[in-house]
Each structure stands twice: as structure tokens, then as C-alpha cells.
Ligand binder design. Structure first.
Ligand code: KG4
Ligand code: ZN
Length: 387
């Protein structure tokens, strides 16, 4: 099956076309045939975070050029000529709210034949609603023009699947890694911090989640207080690494909320408040104090995530730990989890950092497995699910 993944939930516009075969198991493989991604980080950086309506405008502006780029990478067998004249009104209606998108898509569809694709997969949530809508309406328009089924994908499930596959050799081919269910999935991104029990593809039990800020959000907010650019996770991590390499131990302490309570929930907003107080007390911050606070912040978030994850693995007798989402790129978190897991003999699955951020391969993959389950609703019923 050839499936095009579309991701616009936050500040990355991404498309990826895969050819996938096999079931959700060891017979699975897929080849990436074309991909294109445009990050909006530079656009949002001056604001210190992502502005939903700016994200929407940028997705609308960029998604058609990215589609063109993806299709140029693919050798299509026999292009099917399409007559979209009967759909023009429908497409215009669908895209009225995505300013500029219709004006780009219509000429594109008129000059490009229908590609040899079997389905479209699109992120419907969670994410920023205005941003999600661009991808959804774009997918609905393509689905209508090309008469293709539309598979809705949950962004967090995409992050999980990305950690379950691995690249084979240097080719753009991915296969399933070896693991056993039940698994614990720790999902850590800019908007989410969740611990799930996963029994199979699509079978999840939510064990705990953040009660306020997500782990990535805490990194981003504290980075901003420290005068570091967005996104803050990699910035704090780099400073913490410098401090660790110099054997600096933090002379400051931040709280570890809910570390020892008996839930699997998290809370990171108190950390941000404590960091703010610390920063104010030590103003103006010298380089050394800035690194020490970054180190303590990274240690704090890691300690809480690792402790709760290890407890979930033990209490639910899970065989495998899956970690996904942008924060899973964090080197200290990966090393700490790896160290702890090696003593308890559980399988540790985390994707390489190059795939931990938002991308459309993860959406195409999750969409493929959803399509195998015939999870294909009427496109008219699709809507953005922000949370
Ligand atoms: O999954 P993701 O790319 O987007 C969302 O779905 O939210 O996650 C983005 C988050 C940001 O908060 C960013 O600061 C964080 O991931 N992040 C990191 C690192 N790289 C990205 N946090 C800590 N350490 C990193 N190396
Ligand atoms: Zn994400």
C-alpha cells in the first residue's frame, strides 16, 4: 500500500510517502519514497513559543510546495489523468478558511495527474487546532480530488510507532524491531507527558499524565527564563552537558514534584516557579550559574520521568519500554533509562534523535496500521482534536 502522511499539528509542516507491506509484526516493512519537511522554528523563535495562527498561516503557505517536492522524488508507474473541474466548488468550500491554500492547490491539481497512491493519512490531534485544521482540510481536498480514502492519525500514536521501527542498513527501508507486549510507553513532547500501558497496536491504557505543564513545555519555559532561545529543550540540555563535563554539581536545588506519590501523574509547573525564583535570586546570571540551573532542571525532569516509568514497568510487569516524542531526544534521559533498564532486563525502544521530533513518516506509518484495521471514517466527519 502506498500511503501519504500529512503532519501539521504544531510548527513542522511535513509530508512523507511510503510504500508499506505486511502486518503489525515481523513481516512488516516499508520504504520511504519521498519526503519533505519545513520547520517554522525560525518564524516562531522571536516570540519564544509557537503562535497557533502564525503556524496555520505558514502551513497553508508551505504545504503545496512540499507536496510538489515529495511527488517529484517518486517514480510513478502510470499517472492517472484527473479531471477536477467537477470538484472545484467543493475544494473552494473546504479550503475557505486556509488562506491562500486553495489558490495554490487548484493550479497544482490541474497540472499534476493523480499519483499512484492508495490512501492519505493525516494528523487529527492532539496539537494546535488552527494548525491541525490546515492538514485536515488539505487532506480532505486531496482525498476528494483524487478519490482516496483518508485515515485519521493520533499524533502521539505516531511517536510510539516511530520508536517501534528501525531503519535497515543505509536504504530508506524500515522494519519492525523485536519486542514483547505488554509495553509501557513514555510519551514526552511539547504538549504531552503520558505513561501508557500498550497491549497491542491501538490498545492503550492511560496510567498517568501531567496535571499541568508537559515536560517539553517545562524545558521551553525555563529556557526562556534563562534567556535561551526556543525550543528550549536542546538548549538546556547543551548547557547541562557542559556543566556535567566540568563536573559541576548544582549548588542550587529544584523540587521533584510527585516523585514519590503513588500515582503515575506528573506536575512540572512548580518546577518553573521554583526556577523563576532561583533565577531572580541570582540575577544577573553568570554563565556558570546559568549552566548549574540548566543542569539541575534537566536532572529534575529526568529523575521524575525515570522513577515513574520504572515503577510502571515493574507494577504492570511490562516487557518493553517505548519512549517517544520530542523530549526523547534528550541524551541524559536516554542514558538514565538505558542504565536502569539494563539491570532489569527489559527491552528499550527509542527512535534515533533524528526521528524523535515531529515528522510525517510517523503519521504515514501509524496511518498504514490504522488502514489495515479498516479504521477509515467518512472524511466529512473528520475534525481537529486539539487535546
Ligand atoms: O514532539 P515534539 O517535536 O513536538 C510536539 O509534539 O510537541 O516535541 C517538542 C518538544 C519541545 O518542547 C522541545 O523543547 C523538546 O521537545 N525537545 C527536547 C530536546 N529536543 C526537543 N527536550 C529536551 N531535550 C532535548 N534534546
Ligand atoms: Zn510531537
Amino acid at each position: 500500500m502506498r500511503i501519504l502522511g500529512i503532519e501539521t499539528s504544531c510548527d513542522e509542516t511535513a509530508l512523507c510517502l511510503i510504500e508499506a507491506r505486511g502486518t503489525f509484526g515481523s513481516d512488516f516493512s516499508c520504504t520511504v519514497e519521498g519526503q519533505a519537511l519545513l520547520s517554522q522554528i525560525e518564524t516562531h523563535r522571536p516570540y519564544g513559543g509557537v503562535f497557533p495562527n502564525v503556524a496555520r498561516r505558514e502551513h497553508s503557505k508551505n504545504v503545496v510546495p512540499l507536496l510538489r517536492s515529495v511527488l517529484e522524488q517518486v517514480e510513478m508507474a502510470a499517472p492517472h489523468p484527473t479531471d477536477i473541474s467537477t470538484h472545484e466548488n467543493d475544494l473552494e468550500k473546504l479550503l475557505t478558511r486556509e488562506s491562500g491554500l486553495y489558490d495554490q492547490l487548484l493550479p497544482f491539481l490541474k497540472t499534476h495527474p493523480k499519483p499512484d497512491i492508495d490512501a492519505l493519512a493525516v494528523t487529527v490531534g492532539p496539537g494546535l487546532e488552527p494548525a491541525l485544521w490546515v492538514g485536515i482540510n488539505f487532506a480532505r481536498a486531496l482525498g476528494k480530488a483524487w478519490n482516496l480514502p483518508l485515515v485519521p492519525v493520533n499524533h502521539m500514536e505516531g511517536h510510539i510507532i516511530m520508536s517501534l521501527v528501525e531503519k535497515k542498513g543505509s536504504a530508506d527501508t524500515f522494519t519492525m524491531r523485536a519486542y514483547e507486549f505488554p509495553a509501557i510507553a513514555l510519551l514526552v513532547s511539547g504538549g504531552h507527558t503520558e505513561l501508557l500501558l500498550m497491549r497491542d497496536f491501538g490498545v492503550y491504557e492511560l496510567l498517568g499524565q501531567t496535571r499541568d505543564d508537559a515536560a517539553g513545555e517545562a524545558f521551553d519555559k525555563i529556557a526562556r527564563l534563562l534567556g535561551l532561545p526556543y525550543p528550549g529543550g536542546p538548549e538546556i540540555s547543551a548547557l547541562a552537558e557542559i556543566a556535567r563535563n566540568r563536573n559541576l554539581s548544582p549548588s542550587v536545588a529544584l523540587p521533584r514534584p510527585m516523585l514519590r506519590d503513588d500515582t503515575f501523574d506528573f506536575s512540572f509547573s512548580g518546577l518553573k516557579t521554583a526556577a523563576r525564583r532561583l533565577i531572580e535570586a541570582h540575577a544577573p546570571l553568570g554563565d556558570e550559574m546559568r549552566s548549574e540551573i540548566a543542569l539541575e532542571c534537566e536532572n529534575e525532569i529526568t529523575d521524575v520521568l525515570v522513577a515513574k516509568t520504572m515503577r510502571a514497568l515493574e507494577m504492570r510487569d511490562a516487557k518493553t519500554l517505548i519512549v517517544g516524542g520530542g523530549v526523547s531526544a534528550n541524551k541524559h534521559l536516554r542514558e538514565e533509562l538505558n542504565g536502569q533498564l539494563s539491570t532489569v532486563h527489559r527491552t528499550f525502544l527509542v527512535c534515533p534523535p533524528e526521528f524523535s521530533g515531529d515528522n510525517a513518516l510517523m503519521i504515514a506509518l501509524a496511518g498504514y496500521f490504522r488502514a489495515l484495521k479498516k479504521d477509515i471514517p467518512n472524511p466529512e466527519t473528520l475534525g481537529a482534536q486539539g487535546n
